[in-house]
Design a protein. Structure first.
Length: 412
């Protein structure tokens, strides 16, 4: 049976729903949020499950080897956790734990398949998720770990789950039954798209992006049970003039285009239209240096981070240009070199080696030099986020659940 105590302690501020997880003399791993549970690797090559609201440790597993984030999948009562075996450094494995107790159910060893998704409550689908080797896929029974089916394609570019079906971008679009592996339909071309900011998408449909490399492109809505085209929105040729890749679909029926080597951002409206319409377009002026590293659209605001670590913002409506935003918070604290932008529900987390800042509606809520995430912070909900950081004495890496509005956290 799993040890629900483990080498852990949790300091809690119940009124604000803030908490801090620590493992004395060691560190905790990168958190993965699934529903109301936070899964995190802890010392002793174990996995802990925490209540996302209170921080309470629900269980701490026995030794399972090194957890390999960010892939964690939950199918019904079972949690599949990718791990790295000590003897097989070039191979991955999967350990399945009981979602309620943390007790080990089964282990799938020495697998070249490194990505896992849950299909319904009874099946895991594992597949190659690396550019070097993308082509093999298998269905695994969630309760026993037994291989249900295996298949192989020349490559698998993308995979999305719709109900009990798995939609693949494998040369052409095709759908497989997650439980049996039987092909339901095959045909059509395009790149599968995920809609940004949505935890659950409509199981009846899927989205694809198709068209000639330098010609007009279109966003296609297909029926996941038949592959039949349900709707098509054509995007103007000008949307591809700068050789941008496929768009990021964001809230409000919008498609966001930008190029990492260009100086332009474009937002198009597509909801309910046969043809997309340009909503807004922004371009860095010639006196503004750099090109874009990351661009986000959260609510009615565009956030554009350049390679020179400068951050620009623009409001979608009314029309306006990109303006420089300095990450300066109360007490004159300034984050000068942001490296990453992470979108949360209604806010943006900007982090780097010299600190972190939180943005909302085009303004800085706070900035801090003491909040320095070891890896990318993880949005938890509209009021809280998770981040890993070293303690003040530098001896521990702790997991903090902090307040979005103020940055307040529990310091044990």
């Amino acid at each position: 049976m799993a040890d629900d105590r483990g080498p852990l302690s949790v300091a809690v501020d119940p009124e604000r729903r803030l908490w801090t997880l620590r493992a004395k003399g060691a560190g905790v791993g990168h958190p993965v949020v699934e529903g109301d549970t936070v899964y995190v690797s802890v010392p002793g090559e174990r996995v802990a499950a925490l209540d996302a609201g209170s921080g309470r440790v629900r269980w701490c597993s026995r030794e399972v080897a090194e957890v390999w984030p960010p892939y964690v999948a939950v199918a019904g009562a079972v949690v599949a956790v990718p791990v790295r075996q000590r003897q097989e450094t070039e191979r991955d494995a999967f350990t399945a734990l009981d979602a309620a107790t943390g007790r080990m159910r089964w282990t799938r060893r020495e697998s070249a398949l490194c990505a896992v998704v849950a299909v319904g409550d009874s099946t895991f689908v594992v597949w190659n998720g690396t550019p070097e080797e993308r082509g093999s896929i298998a269905g695994v029974d969630a309760l026993s770990g037994k291989t249900l089916w295996e298949d192989e394609f020349e490559r698998i570019d993308e995979l999305v789950v719709r109900g009990e079906r798995v939609i693949l971008g494998a040369g052409r679009l095709r759908a497989l039954d997650g439980r049996s592996g039987d092909e339901i339909w095959s045909g059509g071309e395009g790149e599968l798209l995920r809609r940004a900011g949505e935890a659950v998408e409509d199981a009846a449909v899927f989205l694809s992006w198709r068209g000639r490399p330098y010609g007009p492109k279109s966003l296609v809505v297909g029926a996941s049970d038949t592959g039949e085209q349900l709707a098509e929105t054509r995007f103007p040729r000008e949307a591809q003039r700068y050789r941008w890749g496929h768009p990021e679909l964001v809230d409000g029926g919008r498609a966001l285009f930008y190029g990492t080597t260009g100086r332009r951002v474009r937002l198009l409206e597509y909801a309910g239209l046969d043809r997309a319409e340009v909503s807004e377009s922004w371009k860095l002026g010639w006196l503004q240096r750099g090109s874009f590293m990351r661009v986000l659209c959260v609510g009615d605001w565009i956030y554009a981070l350049c390679w020179d670590r400068r951050l620009y913002v623009a409001e979608v409506d009314p029309r306006g240009g990109l303006r420089r935003l300095r990450l300066r918070g109360p007490y004159k604290m300034t984050v000068r070199e942001p490296e990453y932008l992470t979108a949360g529900p209604g806010y943006v987390l900007a982090s780097g080696k010299d600190g972190m800042a939180v943005l909302r509606d085009g303004r800085v809520l706070w900035a801090s030099h003491t909040v320095r995430p070891e890896v990318l912070p993880v949005p938890l909900d509209g009021d809280r986020f998770l981040f890993r950081a070293r303690s003040r004495n530098g001896k521990e890496i702790r997991l903090y659940c902090a307040d979005v509005e103020t940055g307040r956290r529990v310091l044990p």
